[in-house]
Design a protein around this ligand. Sequence first.
Ligand code: 4NP
Length: 156
Amino acid sequence: MTKKLLFVCLGNICRSPAAENIMNHLVEKQGLGDRFICDSAGTGGWHVGAPPDRRMRAAAKERGLDFVGSARQFQAMDLREFDLILAMDKDNYCNILALDPQGKFTDKVKMMCDYCETYTDKEVPDPYYGGADGFNYVIDLLFDACGGLLKSFPKN
Ligand code: 4NP
């Protein structure tokens, strides 16, 4: 069965597209491309249609990765459409669940950092207003979390 994963942050130009691209990279590397569909979205709508932030793309490029995508806003329908929704921080988590007043989909919504194996962060820090170090940190953290996330699925 194909699993549909949705990564969610605020603007959908820094953290969640990074998570989507890193997860796709790990999935492809393990030859599991037919097992997962990854997407990302932002709880805010300011950057709809924009590619991943230039600084995030530059940090990715240094590791030989090309981050692609076009920002979109999270919508209530996503709660129905996706099997697992990964929130980058607590605000994202609360804003996602605010669109599910009856709590029907609570079990599908998780914190991305719950899957970390090495890092002890509880949230993926927002790098938007900081320097290049923040973008590099987010990529390292997301490699850890995405690796743990991938291991959380049964092998066959
Ligand atoms: P993201 O980062 O949520 O990781 O995509 C941000 C992008 C844009 C803004 C804030 C955070 N903003 O305020 O426009």
